[in-house]
Design a binder for this molecule. Structure first.
Ligand code: ADP
Ligand code: MG
Length: 257
């Protein structure tokens, strides 16, 4: 087997908001082609960890490597850190696709305009080429007919599929999903999961925060259980779901009623 490239690597990541230490030394490696599911209770630091990967939050300490490259950081003089090479950071994070629980589409732009935004304005692509790519991606997620529609006219499932097309438009090295189906009515969850499953099967590198345990089990090659800002347990799905080692994971997985 050829050695797989490291796509994302977090080493000893800390994040503090004032007095609240949310991440207490998280390390995680995603190789190219990995599908990693992050599970854990509310407030355990899952979103914060994901947001530190693309520097929507700046870690307080620790290292982030994207596509094998260490993101340059230096102390910010206030006990935290800041990215010290904005050009490097922008270059590296431009190729991460992020999908949020709340979709985060631009409300005053059509579906198509949402999808071409980053390719044109961040990556500097030619507009016609970006439109051609966007149409192909919208077709793939079943939304080509909605290309000129505004987000408010879409169902939740359609919004999330548009957000996935938008994330794909930067030809991402890796995709980050933060509870992509949590805001959806139950009958719309399936259409979004099936798009994500399709991407996973084509070998996309992804880190996915989810409460859909069956989905995580069927799709991920690694499960990471986060608790109180630390990785409590990680391993292949069969190991974590069938033979949890810690009481905390056993309790987390136990049927609620
Ligand atoms: P999860 O996604 O696992 O539910 P989060 O990463 O969203 O957890 O939050 C972890 C903790 O950090 C929570 O206690 C939350 O209130 C806190 N937190 C998250 N973001 C901020 C912020 N910007 N400012 C202050 N506290 C925050
Ligand atoms: Mg969260």
């Amino acid at each position: 087997m050829t050695e797989r490239k490291v796509a994302i690597q977090l080493t000893g990541l800390h994040k503090r908001f004032g007095d609240l230490e949310v991440l207490k030394g998280v390390s995680l490696t995603a190789h190219s082609g990995d599908v990693i599911a992050i599970i854990g209770g509310s407030g355990s630091g899952k979103s914060t960890m994901l947001r530190c990967i693309n520097f929507l939050e700046t870690p307080t300490a620790g290292e982030v490597r994207l596509h094998g490259e260490l993101v340059a950081m230096q102390p910010d003089g206030q006990g935290g850190m800041r990215a010290s090479d904005p050009a490097q950071l922008n270059r590296l994070r431009a190729r991460l696709g992020m999908v949020f629980q709340a979709f985060n589409l631009w409300p005053h732009r059509t579906v198509l305009e949402n999808v071409i935004e980053a390719p044109v304005h961040v990556l500097g692509q030619n507009r016609d080429a970006a439109i051609a790519t966007a149409e192909r991606l919208l077709d793939r997620v079943g939304l080509l007919a909605k290309r000129d529609t505004y987000p408010e006219r879409l169902s939740g499932g359609q919004k999330q599929r548009a957000a996935i097309a938008r994330a794909l438009a930067v030809d991402p090295h890796a995709m980050l999903f933060d509870e992509p189906t949590s805001a959806l009515d139950p009958e719309l969850v399936g259409e979004v999961l099936s798009v994500i499953a399709d991407l996973a099967r084509e070998g996309r590198t992804m880190i996915l925060v989810t409460h859909e345990m069956q989905f995580a089990r069927s799709l991920a090659n690694k499960i990471v259980f986060l608790r109180n800002g630390l990785v409590e347990e990680e391993g292949p799905p069969a190991e974590l779901f069938d033979r949890p080692k810690s009481d905390a994971l056993r309790a987390f997985l136990a049927p609620k009623y």
